[in-house]
Design a protein around this ligand. Structure first.
Ligand code: ADP
Ligand code: MG
Ligand code: MG
Length: 877
């Protein structure tokens, strides 16, 4: 295969092969934008390298050919003593993984070529600065030396000289630093820093390949659900220099505000600096607007290019650029990450600008983003003490105890504590802490800093660059103006939407998007308007209906306001708890037919009023009521507690308690999940299901008499054989006829055998509803309540699954059973209604799967209803 592509050969659609960075560098090259020349080694070469543990055959020759062509084009040779060509070796996978993988700049420098570089540029300081950067990056990335050692040496040099800024170090200082760095390399690796330019390049390429499997990259991929086997492409790019004096510099920019979606000039610029300096926060950057004064010509050209890119990509782009003595170079672009709010706003703005249509707009936002917009925010009418303001890097309202290290953040979160990770700035090693924390607060770095970019990607609240704060990670505290000191464990609140930092806990309130769904919101808000237009279009597009899982009138009413078209799962078991527990105990303790009858008669009116309320809230829409599912012992007291109570009471123990204890022992099951529950209860306890069906029938009759339009559907849980269903169905039909009402009678499909015999079961079922929580447990054979803590993280590490199958439907196993049931159920009964009521009904990817296999509806918790509507619309595009 061809492993190497020149920038002139690629394009933006080749991300699988060239990675995002390489594909977009090629695209910009072909758009005629000023990109330094270079070439890309494919991700396939990386995969081969990682699989075979060595450079694939033919790669070295191909790289050499392209390097020679690059040298010809530039009229310089890599690392030549008199006038060296320098290159960067840059990682770049299909999906952006900010800061996770490696890049080495200034490849080609050594003791000779540094002189040539100085002479050609007429700048000694620049040449030595570039050389020490090479040893530093190469040492850290390729040779695996602790970066702190190099940082420490710079700090020493500054201290020695009594200066704060790297700008105050001169050529001689950097030259000395190069010697120190070489010493560090020798000491740490036992060998000299490799001076041969081609050798440097080869080693750097291999290091980039290997960085694909660095621990932090693995964690990041898991978090972002990026497949583990893609590998990274490697870009070799001719160096351009932002560190060539004050007429040079480097910056990052967005074509729109990634926080709000507003059009304008957003970015950071740093004079006399190279590459990572901007994001690493070594000095404070200036806002991009100031480039207009510093270098008006480059500024205008940059704005032009940004416009070209937006029109070309028809989306928000982010870019990296460098100015070398007044000449602008583009070093990277991509369709930029953005906050959820910006995603909705930008999609609609682009529709209004005529760049995309509404279908495209719907495809560009996700259910996860919508879910984020439904998060609560701070109640600004509450009393609160603001102690600082930083940048609003990633929206949301987070409250938690301040912690100053990622390890501790993880530990505290493991104990169930809410924490805010506070750092001067974050590095890729802070990923674990960021995942564990409710929010992230940094005192340095702009909207493009590591903390900001990563937090936005994760949808985590982040305030960055709160410069008034003195963060002391050693002492585990920070100091705010007015002498406020926050120690580890003190509660703070951070507002990622405004950038404010508060002492103590600030109360939170509903989001405007939720208020809009509730019908109480203000449509004048631009974000709300954008959500409104996108949701309307998604509703027009979707084929599936969305219902809600709700078992009380309030939830039913809210679900309806959120757009649910019925209830897909109304559980009845909670209706046996609380005060009514005693009645259930009576039922279980009943020793005669009459006692049982009496217990059921006492429960029936209560059930009836439960159902009447829900049917009223969902008037005119289907309400699927599931008959009682869990094993009866769940309604009885705990064995140990009861035994102790009786032992303590001795002779005075009540006969009721003694009876209960006996019942608890009698009903005890080793494996309750696979025991006497669902339809089995209905068949074994005479009158139980009949009571529930009668309560439903009478609620329907009552609603109808009151002029309502009740549409009850009776659902039988845990059926595995049609015979089970037939028995229950006959009885239910008889009761419905007695009361003189109608209702559909159907079943859950949640036992593998039910899915496999769905053709038979459909004879007795008007509808199927996939109970994918149980179906997943039973298909995999593991108990949801136990295994997640026990071994799921190990399974995720081992890649046995990428996501918990309880979170996202396991297409190939559980999904296969569903597909069989859909086909065979429809074959028997063409009009059969098919839906899902497991937790997966609100999970975006699972919603897409349900669409694909042809379900009629998904049902999820009321709060997820808008998410499911949106995803059902996206699935239908
Ligand atoms: P990342 O993916 O972490 O952003 P990059 O490969 O983009 O890493 O490179 C890191 C930094 O070095 C970026 O700021 C980039 O613009 C800069 N850089 C990369 N290649 C060159 C080059 N050839 N000339 C000048 N700067 C470069
Ligand atoms: Mg970059
Ligand atoms: Mg179930």
């Amino acid at each position: 295969p061809k492993y190497v592509y020149d920038f002139t050969e690629g394009n933006k659609d080749l991300k699988d092969l060239l990675g995002g960075k390489g594909a977009n560098l090629a695209e910009m090259t072909n758009l005629g934008l000023p990109v330094p020349p270079g070439f890309t080694i494919t991700a396939e070469a990386c995969r081969r390298y990682l699989e075979d543990g060595g450079v694939p055959e033919g790669l070295s020759d191909e790289v050499e050919t392209h390097l020679v062509a690059l040298e010809k084009g530039m009229g310089k040779r890599l690392g030549a003593a008199d006038d060296p060509l320098l290159v960067s070796v840059r990682s770049g996978a299909k999906y952006s993984m900010p800061g996770m993988m490696e890049t080495v700049l200034n490849i080609g420098l050594n003791d000779e070529s540094v002189q040539g570089l100085a002479k050609q540029a007429g700048e000694e300081r620049f040449a030595w600065d570039s050389y020490r950067r090479l040893i530093q990056m190469f040492g850290k990335t390729v040779l695996g030396i602790d970066g702190e050692l190099f940082e420490g040496a710079i700090d020493d040099a500054k201290r020695h000289k009594g200066v704060d800024s790297d700008l105050d170090l001169d050529a001689a200082d950097f030259q000395r630093l190069v010697e120190t760095y070489k010493g560090i390399v020798r000491e740490q690796t036992g060998s000299d820093f490799p001076s041969d330019p081609r050798e440097q390049m080869r080693l750097a390429v291999e290091a980039v390949f290997e960085s694909w499997n660095a621990p932090r990259a693995i964690i990041y991929r898991r978090q972002e659900r990026i497949p583990t086997d893609l590998g990274t492409a490697v870009n070799i790019v001719a160096m351009v220099f932002g560190n060539l004096g004050m007429e040079s510099g480097t910056g990052v920019a967005f074509t729109r505000d990634p926080g709000s979606g507003q059009q304008g000039v957003y970015g950071d610029y740093l004079q006399n600096a190279q590459g990572e300096d901007v994001v690493a926060g070594i000095r404070n950057t200036v806002p991009l607007q100031e480039l207009e004064q510093i270098d008006p010509a480059s500024y205008r050209q940059l704005l032009d290019i940004m416009k070209t890119l937006e029109n070309h990509y028809r989306d928000l782009c982010d870019i990296e650029f460098t100015i070398e003595r007044g000449k602008l170079w583009m070093l990277q672009t991509r369709v930029g990450k953005r906050t959820a709010a910006a995603a909705f706003r930008i999609a609609v703005q682009l529709v209004d600008q005529g760049l995309i249509d509404l279908d495209e707009a719907v495809s560009r936002v996700t259910g996860d983003q919508l879910a984020q917009l439904m998060f609560p925010r701070f109640d600004l009418s509450a009393d609160r003490r603001r102690i600082a303001k930083g940048m609003n890097a990633s929206p949301g309202a987070a409250v938690g105890k301040a912690v100053f290290s990622s390890e501790y953040a993880k530990e505290m979160a493991g104990r169930g504590e809410d924490v805010i990770l506070v750092r001067r700035e974050t590095t890729p090693d802070d990923l674990v802490g960021m995942i564990a924390a409710q929010g992230v607060l940094t005192s340095r770095g702009g909207k493009t800093s590591h903390a900001a970019v990563v937090a936005r990607g994760m949808g985590k609240t982040c305030v960055c660059g709160a410069e008034e704060l003195e963060v002391d990670a050693q002492e585990r505290c920070f100091t705010a103006p007015d002498g406020v000191v926050v120690n580890e464990g003190d509660v703070i609140s951070i507002d990622g939407t405004t950038g404010e930092v508060y002492l103590g806990e600030v109360p939170v309130m509903a989001s405007p998007v939720v208020e809009y769904f509730e019908g109480t919101g203000d449509r004048g808000d631009e974000l709300v308007e954008a959500v409104h237009r996108i949701m309307n279009h998604a509703d027009e597009r979707r084929r599936m209906e969305v219902r809600a899982n709700a078992d009380n009138p309030d939830d039913a009413a809210r679900a309806r306001r959120f757009g649910a078209r019925g209830i897909g799962l109304c559980r009845t078991e909670h209706m046996f708890l609380g005060d009514r527990r005693r009645l259930v105990e009576d039922l279980i303790l009943a020793s005669s037919k009459d006692e049982r009858r009496a217990a059921l008669d006492a429960l029936e009116p209560l059930q009836k009023s439960d159902f009447a309320g829900i049917l009223a809230a969902m008037d005119g829409l289907p309400v699927t009521i599931r008959l009682i599912d869990p094993p009866l012992h769940e309604f009885l007291p705990d064995l140990t507690a009861l035994s102790v109570k009786i032992a303590l009471a001795g002779d005075t123990a009540s006969s009721r308690d003694r009876g209960l204890l006996e019942a608890v022992k009698r009903l005890h099951e080793q494996n309750p999940m696979l025991g006497l529950r669902g339809v089995r209860l209905g068949l074994v306890i005479p009158g139980l299901f009949a009571m529930q069906v009668r309560a439903i029938a009478e609620a329907v009759a009552e609603r109808r008499a009151a002029g309502g339009d009740p549409r009850a559907e009776i659902m039988i849980p845990l059926v595995s054989a049609v015979q089970e269903l037939e028995g229950v169905r006959d009885e239910a039909e008889r009761i419905l006829a007695e009361v003189g009402v109608e209702a559909l009678i159907g079943t859950m499909i949640e036992v593998p055998r039910a899915a496999l015999t769905a053709g038979q079961i459909a004879e007795a079922a008007d509808f199927f509803s996939f109970g994918t929580n149980d179906l997943t447990q039973m298909t995999w054979g593991f108990s949801r309540d136990d295994v997640e803590a026990a071994f799921f993280s190990r399974y995720l590490d081992l890649g046995i699954f990428g996501v918990s199958p309880f979170e996202t439907l396991d297409r190939s196993g559980v999904g296969r059973l569903m597909t069989i049931a859909v086909e065979e159920g429809r074959a028997t009964r063409p009009g059969i209604k098919l839906g899902i009521c497991g937790e997966h009904g609100g999970d975006p990817e699972s919603v897409h799967f349900c669409h694909e296999i042809g379900l009629d509806y998904v049902s999820c918790s009321p709060f997820r209803v808008p998410v499911a509507r949106l995803e059902a619309g996206r699935a239908a595009l």
